[in-house]
Write a new protein. Structure first.
Length: 320
């Protein structure tokens, strides 16, 4: 009888070990890879998440910016990482919905090479110029572009930024020259320096610059005006009929990540996105919390990939 009791006790301990191991995650720093430069909208979210998760749950998150290569460098880095939950990708539709329709040789599969963890937020873009640029409205900018075809440049440091401008070109029937950048902050510096004339940039990066008078906001890409920029009209109001663009931010693990790790990480992210700090960040940058778990993100990504394919086709963009 005693032997049976000891055997049962030993079996109970053995069976409990996996559960204990699950509870131990994370037991070391998490590396959060971001495919955009420091100061970008995605970077702002990454650093706010790292700070909030560290304070609330004592989880150490190290943000690593790996911009360039159309986001491929960062995405491939995570795709090739060990699927143990300690290397995660904080990215956008640029790498996981638009890339396969913009480029011929994407070095990863945005579906098969990743485990969706959580959808975090949605946002919009702003058409911006220097404050002293002659055109002060979208209509005036369009008129100037028509007078000087191929003379005005637009910069972009992300797929969202580029496709937004290309869609404007298509709908307004203007000829603008694309100047690609490693990240949107780099492009914004050149815009303010007068090296390029216009950009479509995420609200996270644009709002403070517009409010401080360093840039002029001509229009927003949303269906309705944004509370954070109430005086800036929508593209539709500005005369570009049928124009609407948005972007989103999400977190992925490498493929074959353990379900218990994926679920736990999702819970940590959900808690962080519900914090006062993240809510304040989304409010002041004109974005909105749109949390969804891994299954929600999986379906959302599929829908968005189809949507971006249509937008890219409508914008007349050919895969490079």
């Amino acid at each position: 009888m005693k032997l049976l009791t000891y055997l049962c006790a030993a079996l109970s301990v053995t069976m409990a070990q996996p559960a204990f191991a699950q509870q131990a995650y994370p037991s070391k720093p998490i590396r959060m890879v971001v495919p955009f430069g420091a100061g970008s909208g995605t970077d702002q979210v990454a650093r706010a998440l790292a700070q909030t998760m560290g304070q609330a749950d004592k989880v150490t998150v190290v943000v690593e910016n790996r911009p360039g290569g159309n986001g491929f460098i960062a995405a491939q880095d995570v795709a090739n990482a060990k699927p143990d939950g300690y290397t995660i990708l904080l990215t956008t539709n640029s790498t996981h919905a638009a890339a396969e329709h913009l480029y011929k040789n994407v070095p990863y599969d945005p579906v098969k090479d990743f485990t969706p963890v959580a959808l975090l937020r949605k946002g919009y873009l702003v058409m911006v110029t220097k404050p002293d640029f002659p055109a002060t409205t979208v209509a005036e900018f369009t008129a100037q572009a028509k007078k000087e075809p191929g003379k005005l440049n637009f910069g972009s440091g992300s797929s969202s930024s580029r496709v937004s401008a290309e869609l404007y070109k298509q709908l307004a029937d203007v000829d603008l020259v694309h100047v690609p950048y490693k990240s949107n902050p780099n492009a914004l510096n050149d815009l303010m320096g007068g090296l390029i004339q216009v950009m479509f940039v995420d609200t996270s990066s644009a709002v403070s610059l517009v409010k401080n008078g360093k840039l002029r906001g001509l229009a927003v890409s949303s269906k309705r005006r944004l509370d954070i920029l109430p005086s800036v009209p929508t593209m539709e109001e500005a005369g570009v009929k049928g124009y609407e663009m948005s972007y989103w931010t999400a977190v992925y693990l490498p493929r074959n990540a353990p379900p218990e790790v994926t679920t736990h990480l999702g819970k940590l992210l959900k808690k962080a996105m519900g914090s006062t700090e993240l809510k304040q960040l989304t409010e002041k940058t004109g974005t909105e919390v749109a949390f969804g778990d891994g299954e929600t993100l999986k379906q959302f990504q599929a829908d968005e990939t189809e949507k971006w394919a249509k937008v890219i086709k409508a914008a007349g963009i050919k895969p490079e």
